[in-house]
Design a binder for this molecule. Structure first.
Ligand SMILES: [Zn+2]
Length: 142
């Protein structure tokens, strides 16, 4: 597991945790401790994420969607954080380029080619945002 700063991608980060003071044994993270991290690389107080955990959530939600649908999802409801100011936003990632996606273009934040393309956005890559949370997959309604 590698937890990173959503602002600069560094792993030189800290967050709140419960520790047994007798021997400093780690017990668990406090609630929402990843939302209020510290980064020693960029000096910000960013949200922290574990990209592998976000990807595992995406896989799990995709399997869930496929368990009650024979078709592929049209889009994913997700939350992103902008790297420059740390603001977050709930957005839709389109997963298919078709007529419906074209019609829904105004509500689409970003076009992906596939689930693996979507998962790659949870890495600190070239975009000006990072995908921090996926809520569910869905179809455009008629
Ligand atoms: Zn940082």
């Amino acid at each position: 597991m590698s937890v990173i700063c959503t602002r600069c991608g560094s792993t030189n980060v800290a967050c709140e945790a419960i520790v047994n003071p007798n021997g400093n044994v780690f017990k668990r993270y406090t609630d929402e401790s990843f939302l209020y991290g510290q980064c020693e690389n960029c000096g910000a107080y960013p949200e922290l994420i574990d990209p592998n955990e976000v990807k595992m959530d995406i896989d799990r939600l995709y399997q869930e969607f496929k368990s009650y649908s024979d078709t592929e999802p049209d889009y994913a409801n997700c939350r992103i954080v902008y790297k420059d100011d740390g603001n977050d936003l709930n957005v839709k990632f389109s997963l298919r380029a078709d007529d419906k996606a074209a019609a829904m273009d105004e509500s689409i934040f970003y076009h992906c080619d596939s689930i693996s393309d979507l998962k790659s956005l949870a890495e600190y890559v070239g975009e000006d945002f990072i995908l921090v949370e996926c809520f569910r997959f869905d179809k455009w309604t008629d």
